[in-house]
Design a protein around this ligand. Structure first.
Ligand code: ADP
Ligand code: MG
Length: 297
């Protein structure tokens, strides 16, 4: 793992890389993310957890320009990010997706080269259509792409078609492609989803190695062992709100986090009142159903 070019311009450990302030995202009547603040500092791995539907991916989409937040601001290294995905990538924020998005019929190497398009003068279409400009830029990017494949452990499969890779390798390739844009911050949306325990361990090591290259990491995952091993800090979203944030030790011992995962409402939880009302209505409904059934019999 000898990638040293990424560390250029790396801010000092501890200075904020990402600052999201008051991020709210509404879809019609649904507030998927509500007033979320989150900071990721240089040198950190930060985890984002929360039950399904908590708003984690929506929050990522707000950070990466895929969605324009209804309210709030997102800054990277002190500048507000433009609300366009390619400009966010260009600014230095790269991501992977919850559902793998690779060019299935391109080779492993080509997928990584496409990931470099924000760092070359040639655009994405030129890369896809393999025009003369792309070929020139490709020569310059080739060594860097191979270096990344080596870093990720896929150098021997550079010529394989992406679709022929085993699932765990496809996830790794997504990470290599994201790294190809030379980010200062990497956002990973469920990088170990569907992986076996051994693949998960390899991914954990890979994320530590990425952090050691000077890239801050924000990672969404459901695998708690993975998250609490990996992260310096963890934030828990529940129903779009940030419920708890702290070190792994603090968050894993927090009753509210445990309750959120087990689905047990607790005093003061977002939506707890509604849950209580629904449960009360269901309970009375169940009683009247029972009595109706009783009458019918
Ligand atoms: N484009 C969209 N339009 C409408 N609702 C959406 C959209 N994207 C996400 N949502 C809703 O926002 C909520 C949060 O979803 P999501 O961010 O995918 O949760 P998570 O990643 O935590 O599982 C869900 O209720 C989901 O249905
Ligand atoms: Mg999600």
């Amino acid at each position: 793992m000898t990638t040293d070019t990424i560390t250029e311009g790396t801010p000092k450990t501890g200075t904020p890389v990402l600052e999201a302030t008051g991020v709210t995202m509404r879809f019609g009547g649904l507030t998927a993310v509500r007033n979320v603040d989150l900071t990721v500092n240089a040198g950190e791995i930060v985890g984002l957890i929360g039950p399904n539907g908590a708003g984690k991916t929506t929050f990522f989409n707000c950070l990466t320009g895929l969605y324009v937040p209804t309210e709030g601001t997102v800054s990277y290294k002190g500048s507000v990010l433009p609300p366009k995905p390619h400009l966010v990538t260009k600014a230095g924020v790269a991501r992977t997706f919850q559902n793998i998005r690779l060019f299935a019929n391109m080779t492993v190497l080509e997928n990584v080269l496409v990931g470099r398009h924000t760092r070359t003068k040639e655009g994405l279409w030129s890369a896809l259509l393999r025009g003369p400009g792309f070929k020139k830029a490709e020569a310059a990017s080739h060594a860097r792409a191979m270096e990344l494949l080596e870093f990720i452990g896929l150098q021997d499969k550079a010529d394989h078609l992406a679709r022929n890779l085993p699932y765990g390798d496809q996830r790794k390739l997504e990470i290599a492609r994201a790294l190809a844009s030379d980010p200062g911050l990497l956002l990973l949306d469920e990088p170990t989803a569907g992986m076996n325990p051994q693949e998960t361990r390899v991914t954990e090591e890979l994320i530590f190695a990425i952090r050691d290259q000077g890239i801050a990491v924000l990672v969404i995952e459901h695998d708690m062992r993975f998250i609490f091993n990996l992260c310096d800090r963890v934030a828990c979203l529940v129903q779009g709100e940030k419920l708890v944030e702290g070190t792994s030790e603090v968050v894993q011992g927090d009753d509210r986090v445990i309750a959120a995962y087990l689905g047990t409402p607790f005093e003061g939880a977002p939506g707890a009142e509604e849950v209580a009302e629904v449960e009360a209505a269901e309970a009375s409904g169940a009683q009247s159903n029972t009595s109706t059934e009783g009458n019918a019999q």
